[in-house]
Design a protein around this ligand. Structure first.
Ligand SMILES: [Zn+2]
Length: 128
């Protein structure tokens, strides 16, 4: 017996429904249709990237609070509270005066932040 390939993987019905719902939400935000394969690939890629970020920064950075415009983090490497704010639709780190520092990367890995930014059609910047 051969192992099923990606094209023949069967998903549970509730998983399919959740994916269709997420796809519809994204399409509503973008006001255009997306190919299913590309949508799922993008979603999986995003999750893998988030896991990678949380794995590398997770031990040092903690989420303190998240509200509509501000994300408060504690960075245990520098021993201080770091504030990331929404500035002209992009996340901006006040501590680093940067929009692509590790704190921004960490903020994007917080599901509620990712979801809110994604609904506005924003993409995570390359973190350096
Ligand atoms: Zn920063």
């Amino acid at each position: 017996m051969t192992k099923p390939g990606w094209r023949t993987v069967l998903l549970r019905e509730e998983v399919v429904k959740a994916v269709e719902k997420a796809k519809a939400e994204r399409e509503a935000g973008l006001r255009r249709r997306l190919p299913l394969g590309a949508f799922i690939e993008d979603m999986i890629w995003q999750i893998l990237e988030e896991q990678e970020i949380l794995r590398s920064y997770g031990p040092y950075i903690e989420k303190i609070s998240v509200d509509a415009n501000t994300i408060i983090l504690r960075d245990n490497r520098v021993g201080r509270i770091v504030e990331c704010v929404l500035k002209e639709g992009e996340l901006y780190c006040i501590h680093c005066e940067s929009s692509n520092c590790v704190h921004i990367g960490y903020s994007w890995a917080i599901p509620e932040v990712y979801k809110a930014m994604n609904l506005q059609g924003r993409r995570m910047p390359k973190i350096s």
